[in-house]
Design a protein. Structure first.
Length: 71
């Protein structure tokens, strides 16, 4: 499963991560930048460390799960 992680810095200087499953691919860097700017400017989310103040980073994370058959 692929996941888009948007990382922001909050008022306490901590990194806060919001994750979105199954992002649209290929990834549109401009759309991600605009979305993150909108989240900050509209104060759409808060965290235990206060408001989100700036973009920290964004990344795609892929996770592989392999079931183990138990006898």
């Amino acid at each position: 499963m692929r996941r888009l992680e948007l990382k922001f810095t909050n008022q306490l200087g901590r990194v806060v991560t919001y994750s979105l499953d199954q992002p649209i691919e290929p990834v549109d860097t401009n759309a991600i930048n605009e979305a993150m700017d909108t989240i900050i400017s509209e104060n759409a989310f808060t965290s235990s460390g206060g408001d989100l103040l700036e973009k920290h980073s964004a990344r795609i994370v892929e996770r592989t799960v392999e079931d183990i058959e138990l006898g």
